[in-house]
Design a protein around this ligand. Structure first.
Ligand SMILES: [Zn+2]
Length: 464
């Protein structure tokens, strides 16, 4: 377990790419992963203190570990302080008098309230959510009987869901909730099981989308496309889609279904993997059962000068127009409340620039059908051009993972292909790294060659 720490400390004048790679390895792991590393180094320190140390160290595990070691001789005051600051206090949006109905392009920013570091801003209304975060929400999305039918269908499946496992050096760590993966046909499920690599291995259990899920997908598709267009019109500079965002219709063809059984089940801060979705991906997330808090925070570049406009750098279109928030503001977390039968759209700026989580809840209101469970379908659109037979392979012979530089300023927003075999129990990784190139519509250089003529035409020519 010491390997993680010592590898980062060893600095032998790495090249730019190596340095970026090292920084990314350290920074872009999920919070669960980092917490597991910290927990293995400091088994006697409680979870909230570990999380606080991690946040105080900007997510850098070895810095957090040193912080904890320093605090170790003086354990109880440190823990008490940590407990207080992690609780934060609740701000409500009503004090900000937003007038988003009159929002014009760019207005997004000047009117948005700020989430201060160490505090949580709680958001409930669709207007507040879309002006403050890269998400939009539709409450009461389905007719109540359809939502209930879908919930029944998922509740029947949920007991067979599994915890995701990943390796942490000699240990295997499990995700703190269960999940299952669905695609639209058994043929596709077979391809998923044998061709698509996740964290360096294959998913053994891929199922065919259930009937209610399939029916609802049609409605989700319609709503998400409408939300994408509305967001482009209102919030993106010049009313244009983002660079690398697909101009094509969003068509969900894969879904991860998550089950959070009771308030203790959760998922730590992370970004969703872009390997098969491509850059600037949009995800539709339908919540059923117990209402839970979806927390988001913006990732702030290291060494970013305060007051410098991010929009000028071209990295964060639609997020910062007039005044850049201070780093502390940008690192505050925002809590979006997700009630039963709500559809949350994570828009194109979400995965590259923000992290999200489902926070553990000390108390929940049981749902009449679902009891203590929240079920959540995340509808995704896998790109034909990013099938693993086309993407670069690492020295392990495994299709690589697509990642985006989130923190290191010089390369922020650049994409890269990296080995991810080392996350799989029983496998070692290699050091493979390659910058990833995409055209303005988010297609890789090989897209035209590998897709059928019709698809390639759609890829190249539909910039409407
Ligand atoms: Zn490899």
């Amino acid at each position: 377990m010491d390997a993680f720490v010592s590898r980062k400390r060893r600095r032998i004048s790495p090249t730019d790419e190596e340095e970026t790679k090292i920084a990314c390895l350290a920074e872009e792991e999920s919070t669960d992963f980092k917490l597991a590393v910290l927990a293995s180094l400091h088994p006697d320190i409680d979870h909230s203190a570990l999380l606080e140390a991690l946040l105080a160290s900007n997510g850098v595990v070895d810095a957090a570990s040193e912080h904890l070691l320093r605090a170790g001789s003086n354990k109880s005051p440190s823990k008490r302080r940590n407990t207080n600051s992690i609780t934060g206090y609740q701000s409500t949006i009503s004090s900000f008098s937003l007038k988003s109905k009159t929002a014009e392009p760019g207005a997004y920013v000047s009117k948005k309230p700020s989430a201060k570091k160490g505090k949580t801003l709680h958001l409930y209304s669709p207007e507040d959510i879309e002006t403050t975060t890269p998400c939009s929400i539709i409450h009461n999305f389905l007719p109540p009987n359809e939502a209930d039918a879908l919930l029944h269908e998922l509740l029947k499946e949920a007991p067979t869901f599994k915890r995701e496992k990943f390796r942490l050096f000699e240990n295997v760590v499990e995700s703190p909730h269960t999940m299952c993966f669905y695609v639209d046909s058994w043929d596709e499920a077979e391809r998923q099981k044998t061709e698509y690599v996740y964290n360096g291995s294959y998913i053994a259990d891929v199922r065919k989308t259930l009937p209610e899920m399939r029916n609802v997908a049609v409605k989700v598709q319609e709503a998400v496309n409408a939300e994408i267009q509305r967001r482009i019109q209102i919030y993106y500079p010049g009313g244009q889609k983002l660079k690398y965002q697909s101009p094509d219709e969003w068509k969900p063809n894969a879904a991860f279904v998550n089950c959070y059984d009771g308030g203790a089940e959760s998922v730590g801060y992370h970004s969703d993997q872009l390997t098969y979705l491509g850059p600037r991906a949009v995800i539709g997330s339908l919540s059923l059962g117990v209402a839970r808090e979806f927390r988001v925070r913006r990732v702030v570049a290291r060494d970013e000068d305060e007051g410098e406009s991010d929009a000028k750098n071209g990295h964060f279109p639609g997020t910062i127009a007039s005044s850049a928030p201070t780093r502390a503001d940008a690192e505050g977390q925002i809590s979006i409340h997700l009630p039963h039968n709500s559809l949350l759209v994570m828009h194109a700026e979400m995965q590259e620039e923000w992290k999200h989580s489902i926070a553990p809840a000390s108390a929940i209101d049981p749902h009449p059908l679902a009891g203590n469970k929240r079920l959540n379908i995340t509808y995704r659109c896998y790109k034909a051009s990013l099938h693993p037979r086309f993407t670069p392979r690492c020295k392990c012979g495994v299709p690589t993972v697509l990642r985006c530089v989130q923190r290191k300023r010089e390369n922020r927003g650049r994409y890269m292909w990296m080995c991810h075999a080392n996350y799989t129990p029983g496998q070692e990784g290699c050091s493979f790294f390659q910058w990833a190139e995409f055209n303005d519509d988010g297609e890789p250089p090989w897209a035209k060659g590998v897709l059928g003529a019709k698809e390639a035409e759609g890829v190249a020519g539909s910039a409407t």
